[in-house]
Design a protein around this ligand. Structure first.
Ligand code: ZN
Length: 241
């Protein structure tokens, strides 16, 4: 057992007995940590606020690797006030958290923390939550082992491509497109942009609605077809929209 100070975000929390909670905190250095927040449900507990879902804070934790650790204290970095006051944005955060939890469990890759954190910060700053979420989704595919091939035709590597193929998992040229749906040329260009963009450096997002919607449609179908993830929060997101 050691005392650690670590930045993280609460992805999930469940009630444990009358007054406590168990949190799943995603961190960069220690990955996903299971943490007991003793007494966090008591009105006067100092752990109450920092034990809420989606808390982004510096946590002090009595750390036990591969066991339940204990939360000692937390110091909130950002309350995500804009997200929490907007049902649509909040639904995206809810979905992104559930997705991140699942992707982390599958890959245990510590790069996921920054991807997730930067995405949430951009949504909080006011960028389109659908675009930001799609950017994260496309990047997460690599960690799920089903990344899209976006540097040419997935079959012949020719660089002039004509659409993106659900069944082949990437761009295809005119010769190899078969029965694949024709997406807009801008959709093809932007989807590659989504994949390569550094989320923390996004400063303007001027994308046509039809392009945004096509990318969202493609990714929704691709996730449904290949990830085996059925997330309650995704269903809820659809209902909110
Ligand atoms: Zn080809």
């Amino acid at each position: 057992m050691e005392i650690i100070n670590v930045e993280g975000i609460v992805l999930k929390s469940v009630k444990y007995n009358e007054s406590s909670k168990i949190l799943n905190i995603l961190t960069k250095e220690y990955g996903l940590i299971g943490v007991m927040a003793k007494g966090a449900l008591k009105p006067k507990s100092t752990l109450r606020v920092v034990s809420e879902n989606f808390t982004y804070a510096n946590f002090q934790i009595s750390y036990k690797k591969d066991k339940i650790s204990t939360l000692l204290e937390g110091d909130t970095i950002d309350y995500f006030i804009n997200i929490k006051s907007d049902l649509e944005k909040y639904s995206y955060l809810n979905y992104l958290s559930e997705l991140t939890y699942n992707v982390y469990k599958e890959s245990e890759n510590n790069e996921i923390y920054d991807l997730f954190k930067n995405a949430v910060l951009k949504i909080e700053e006011g960028y389109d939550p659908k675009v930001i979420t799609n950017i994260v989704e496309i990047k997460y595919l690599d960690y799920l082992g089903i990344g899209l091939y976006l540097d040419g035709c997935v079959v012949c590597q020719k660089t002039s491509v004509s659409t993106i193929s659900l069944s082949k998992g990437g761009f295809v040229c005119a010769m190899h497109k078969g029965n694949d749906k024709e997406y807009l040329a801008n959709t093809i260009k932007m989807i590659r942009g989504y994949y390569y963009v550094d989320i923390s450096k996004i400063s303007d997002l001027k994308i046509k609605k039809e392009v945004i919607d096509e990318i969202d449609e493609f990714l929704t179908l691709y996730y449904r077809e290949y990830t085996g993830l059925y997330l309650k929060s995704k269903k809820f997101l659809k209902e909110v929209k």
